[in-house]
Design a protein around this ligand. Sequence first.
Ligand SMILES: [Zn+2]
Ligand SMILES: [Zn+2]
Length: 385
Amino acid sequence: MISDALRERLACPLCLEAQGCGSCRRDAPGPADYAARAACACGGPDKVRLEVTGKTLRCPACATVYPVDAEGGYVDLVPRTSVGEVTQYADHEFHERLHVTDAPPVLSARIKVDMMLGMLRPRPGETVLDLGCGAGKFALFTGRGDVRAAGVDVAPFFLPRATREIDLVLGDLRRLPFRKAAYPCAYSMDVLEHLDEPGVAEILLEARRTLSPQGRLFVYTHAMESSWIAGFQRFVNRLAKRIGQAGFLDHEREAMRKSDHRNPIRSHEHFDALAATAGFVVTRRRYYNVVFKAVIEDLLLRIVEQARNGKAAPHAHDHGHEPPAPAGPRTIGGPPPGRFAFFVAQALTLLLKVDVLLFSRVRTGPFFGLMVPVPRTEARSDTPA
Ligand SMILES: [Zn+2]
Ligand SMILES: [Zn+2]
């Protein structure tokens, strides 16, 4: 949906206002010197507010007209000039094959959302921004009660309920189309590993500008590290691959999910440094070592799933003959799971929580992090005059 509150927050993704401090001020608003101005130690200029003209939004600085797809339930603010590569998340078939539904998340997805809610603690009346919201599943779960949710993603494949219930923006995380301090809190889950290092740096910088000075940012991603426990997961993965080759589980989907990982974060210290450069400090970190998840979700459930689907590999198809993406609002999603399946999944989710209870202080690659903005005065003192 496109609420009035969302319209108030929108801005041209590429244009910065003229005003700024001594080093980022310019004569006219516009896209010139974006990278340097946005990264200015003062916090950079605000982005140019969009004018409503009929059914579209227009940037008064660069004259770009952005469509509002009211029927599709989102506004399209993807930069019209390239700001870097787009991953295969922009591919319709990719989304179809992840089999997303709008049912509440279960299993490891639920573990991640619960960690996010526990660390971010959205307050009544706050709107939480999902950076890289995908189909909108997590945002739907987050935007309940007095907490609202908004999502931004570069790929326009949203769940039908998401287009009705949460604010949706099509946009590039490296050029967030929002005014300064538009949101009090935001999260990004399973996103940063898909970008290169400059991409991660840009997303953090954009998130810093979009969050209010007392804002919070939660991330779930991974550094290229592993603990002694991770050896168990590697063992399960090898086993799953063997079983997959024998046709007893669908190993292809998991491989696809990870196929475009760039893994830009070398270590937790490296991430701390990237965060500091963007003006954040990491205040809490928990690690995700998986033992129960590896056995239950990556092995047993996939064998059960494959047995139910029949042994014919359901996803082996020829990429040369894909049907074109459907016209009209491009929503995705299969039927929700049956009640019994959902009950079992919830019970298993409780078992998966044991991983977090036992191992979340054992340093490893995958991590949940809470970050808060460093006050600008401190940020300025780090910069040579
Ligand atoms: Zn400045
Ligand atoms: Zn503009």
